[in-house]
Design a protein around this ligand. Structure first.
Ligand code: SAM
Length: 279
């Protein structure tokens, strides 16, 4: 039986017994995830709270289960086409380019970006950093393995972004997937090539703490489909973190259902779901 206090008690217990503070996550999605976890773990809220108090490491597992890790290669192709046609060309003359994927999940966004950077001749000058709160998912990101049959859309998206010239849609390219990944149908596996997997620096980081985990400034920050799980106060704190850690003119890429809200909207110029830091 669901109770309106459950969420409050769960968040308070995590705060008391672990380093996680989910107070500024959006109530609706967090509540939905909490009941899913109770269901999956086949425990009551009382049992969950008791176990959190007795066994802090259990909190790690629960937070991993609470986070939503859905992602895909070249998710929302129109955003990648915008990056391809309007954003990346201006980095051609720059010596290097720092990119942070905040909330990178299993790495699909990171590898999509590396493929695109390679096609545009920017791969060697890119330093790519990726972080997530979920250590288990980060380990999966480093493995760069995805199910094949379940993820056929990855290949359609690849063609839409890599084999399309957004400045001339008549021109069709024929770059094969095998340039970047190996498909093993028998094992139902898509595996990203080793050179791509070894390029990014992956690090665990909780965005709630408001800290830049890599101690560099960035030309581009991707934080897509993460802010939707946070309330307005936490979103605003993060806009400040992103603004401060971007170079002037730097780019913040959000998810297609996200936008900059409140006073931070005046600090960025909007180009669809891509935001340019104003100075
Ligand atoms: C839906 S996925 C988005 C993945 C990818 N950016 C994309 O758009 O496909 C959201 C990711 O945010 C991560 N996340 C949730 N809360 C976080 C936090 N406090 N700090 C860092 N990452 C967080 C989750 O673990 C998850 O991997």
């Amino acid at each position: 039986m669901e109770n309106s206090d459950d969420l409050f008690r769960f968040v308070a217990a995590l705060r008391a017994y672990t380093s996680y503070d989910l107070s500024d996550y959006s109530d609706r999605s967090l509540r939905r995830r909490l009941y899913k976890v109770l269901d999956d773990e086949k425990i009551t809220i009382e049992e969950l709270l008791q176990r959190l108090a007795q066994e802090p490491a259990y909190g790690e597992r629960i937070v991993e289960a609470i986070t939503v890790n859905t992602s895909e290669l070249f998710r929302d192709p129109s955003v990648w086409l915008l990056l391809r046609s309007r954003i990346y060309p201006k980095y051609k003359t720059q010596a290097y380019l720092n990119i942070w994927h905040a909330g990178c999940s299993m790495g699909q966004e990171v590898y999509s970006n590396l493929m695109l950077l390679n096609e545009l001749g920017l791969y060697d000058k890119a330093r790519v950093y990726a972080s997530d709160i979920n250590a288990k998912i980060l380990a999966a990101a480093q493995r760069g393995e995805y199910r094949y049959r379940f993820n056929l859309s990855y290949l359609d998206n690849f063609d839409l972004v890599i084999n399309t010239n957004p400045l001339n849609y008549e021109e069709k390219l024929a770059i094969p997937y095998s340039k970047y990944l190996k498909i093993d149908e028998a094992k139902d596996l898509i595996k990203i090539h080793d050179d791509l997997r070894q390029k990014p620096i992956f690090r665990r980081n909780d965005l709630v703490k408001g800290v830049n985990p890599f101690f560099v400034r960035y030309d581009i920050i991707f934080c897509r489909n993460v802010l939707i799980y946070f309330n307005a106060a936490l979103q605003n704190r993060l806009f400040e973190v992103f603004y401060r850690n971007l170079y002037p003119g730097g780019i913040l890429v959000l998810g297609v259902h996200e936008s900059i809200i409140g006073s931070w909207a005046n600090k960025f110029e909007r180009l669809s779901h891509v935001y340019v830091r104003k100075d």
